[in-house]
Design a protein around this ligand. Sequence first.
Ligand SMILES: C[S@@+](CC[C@H](N)C(=O)[O-])C[C@H]1O[C@@H](n2cnc3c(N)ncnc32)[C@H](O)[C@@H]1O
Length: 274
Amino acid sequence: MSIAQDDFDYLRTLVRQRSAIVLETGKEYLVESRLAPLAREVGVEGISGLVMLLRTDPRGQISNKVVDAMTTNETSFFRDLNPFDALRLKVIPDLIAARGKDRMLNLWCGAASSGQEPYTIAMTLREHFPQLNEWRIRFLATDISKEMLRRSRAGIYSQLEVNRGLPAKYLVKYFEQKGAEWQVRKDLRDMIEFSELNLAQPLPPMPKLDIVFLRNVLIYFDLATKRDILARVRGALHPEGYLFLGGSETTLNVDDQFRREACEKTFVYRPIRK
Ligand SMILES: C[S@@+](CC[C@H](N)C(=O)[O-])C[C@H]1O[C@@H](n2cnc3c(N)ncnc32)[C@H](O)[C@@H]1O
């Protein structure tokens, strides 16, 4: 099966309008492999059948499912490790010193996928900073994908998923076995508020953020979208706040109002103070 050029163009325009994700020429195979199961699920003949359906109802349920299917949700617990060392060894201790008076911390994980990243942050806080139990912590984790949000809220992971990066002592301490799977304990799940947020749109009102994780998502956007998103994130950050990006992402040559700081074995990004 191969996808017609018209259908590919229709689908990539729809995905870009809705999520800002750019599907370049050459990504036809990706569209086909991600959407063929959806076409079968809704009972139409291939990608062309799906596009016909979409043309009759471009903003309906099916179009949400198309956008969902075209997101890449690759993630794991303690992914890349260094950012979590930086969080533990430098960022949180600095913030505890800076916010000692208010005893308040605001965190946002802006591309949470199936939840491993926000739960890694929550476990790091619990494991190493018991004094924060007395603080007011607001921890928001968001994604554009409804399916990923459903998974994050459930906090249920397969053996394979917990084997990817989660130390055994964390598994024992912060998870409960559910048959062949593992569920994050309720008190840890309750630390995080999961909600839908499209980074391509203006941000909802938020308290000034101390820590933002926005890792491995800017790579899917064009330069103008990256600029817009980074400007909005900068506006939402506390002047002393910290932004974490993915290993192949940077603010350099995208938003010059951030400065890049070496932190343990990684980089963090902070608003330039005027
Ligand atoms: C590769 S995952 C990254 C997960 C995690 N941050 C990590 O680094 O392991 C990218 C996530 O970005 C989400 N995403 C893509 N476009 C988005 C958008 N416009 N708004 C919000 N989330 C988006 C996808 O649904 C996906 O879950």
